[in-house]
Design a protein around this ligand. Structure first.
Ligand code: PLP
Ligand code: COI
Length: 355
């Protein structure tokens, strides 16, 4: 029987005193959660313990062949001071999907959630309440065998760290400029695009840098085979409000099944905008946008929430959507989603879990 063992930190770090000190994922709290897996024995006890660096053998599999998966979810402080998580089981369930693809052991969703709540009890004071802020939660698993042969590790470490964070984009809720990537690809069907594994992100950095040099905040990826169909943005799923309705690419194996995507689909349907999941060619998007038939576009993700697209650039074609402002539906979806997450609006979908 696995136990949750708690060891509190003797010291406390200074907490941020203003939203401006936060940034995204830069500060970490006083405690973390660690659980190790040994071959033949399975997962050991869960340790909620003082935040500290790991000592690792330089020959660890994760350091060479990137056998690693992660998740991202948030804990919010409600106006009455209580803390709540948004769809945490979905994140841990998705982590098990990633684990299967990367030949890693699955975790016990309920036990890990219980241990996460114990960690949040200890570090609850770190959950910020300034507008647009929350505690970002990063569960991670790494292969820890010391071996240079390309194979699945036998031993693993699962850990969770917590980071009080502001908006993913420093600009907060504001239209972002997106560069449609037509040279590099992020993922292919049959690969690991649907898994939340570190290599997907490492592989995306170069395109992101090139786009940033051209003045764009993010890259919109196209499919890896024809370089034509819209996939997703670096850390967000994509939605386009077209004349036919709200359209998003289907989960075809090369994009991440976003939990925000799923939430937005439910909320939009409830607002009379059932979402159409279909392949969307980038030339179709630009043709429609140039006719004025793309009314709004936005990305969705835990870190970025709902992020309106202002300018979209593809080769030498460029369109400005919603007059470069936040679209009406985009704003409404943002307000509704964050309203539920922050406990301002009723949670009719059973998404919220009080800590
Ligand atoms: N796509 C990618 C590649 C991501 O990294 C993320 C962020 O987690 C998303 C989409 C959005 O997923 P979610 O809404 O579950 O955060
Ligand atoms: C998230 O939205 O939680 C993510 O994991 C995106 C991350 C790559 C910043």
């Amino acid at each position: 029987m696995q136990k949750i063992k708690i060891q509190t930190s003797a010291t406390q770090k200074a907490k941020p005193t203003s939203a401006g000190e936060l940034g995204f994922g830069k500060l970490f709290t006083d405690h973390m959660l660690v659980m190790d897996y040994a071959p033949g024995q399975g997962w050991g006890d869960i340790h909620v313990m003082p935040y500290a660096p790991f000592a690792m053998d330089p020959g660890c599999i994760v350091l060479h062949y990137a056998q690693t998966i992660f998740e991202g979810l948030k804990c919010y402080r409600r106006a009455d001071g209580a803390l709540q998580l948004f769809r945490p089981r979905d994140n841990f369930t998705r982590m098990n999907v990633s684990a299967r693809r990367m030949c890693m052991p699955e975790i016990d969703v309920e036990l890990v959630l219980e241990a996460l709540k114990a960690l949040l009890q200890l570090d609850g004071d770190w959950v910020p309440s300034w507008p647009g802020t929350s505690l970002y939660i990063r569960p991670t698993m790494i292969g820890t065998d010391t071996s240079l042969s390309v194979q699945a590790s036998g031993a693993y470490r699962f850990f969770i760290i917590l980071s009080p964070s502001g908006p993913y984009y420093a600009s907060g809720l504001a239209p972002v400029n997106i560069y449609v990537e037509d040279e590099y690809v992020r993922a292919v069907v049959g690969g690991v695009g649907f898994a939340k594994t570190g290599g997907n992100y490492a592989a995306s950095v170069l395109a992101g840098r090139v786009a940033a040099e051209k003045g764009f905040a993010q890259v919109l990826w196209l499919d890896g085979k024809e370089n034509r169909y819209v996939e997703e943005i670096g850390a967000m799923n994509m939605f386009f409000l077209m004349r036919e309705g709200l359209v998003t690419p289907p989960l075809n194996g090369s994009i991440l099944g976003g939990i925000t995507r799923d939430s937005i689909m439910a909320l939009a349907a409830g607002m009379g905008h059932p979402v159409i999941e279909r392949r969307l060619a980038i030339d179709e998007v630009f043709d429609a946008a140039e006719r004025g038939d793309v009314l709004e576009a936005f990305g969705t993700g835990t870190a970025a929430v709902v992020s309106p697209v202002g300018v979209l650039r593809w080769g030498d074609r460029q369109v400005t959507l919603s007059g470069g402002r936040i679209g009406v539906l985009t704003q409404r979806l943002y307000d509704t989603l964050t309203g539920i997450q922050l406990g301002r609006l009723p949670d009719t979908h059973g998404w919220v879990e009080v800590v």
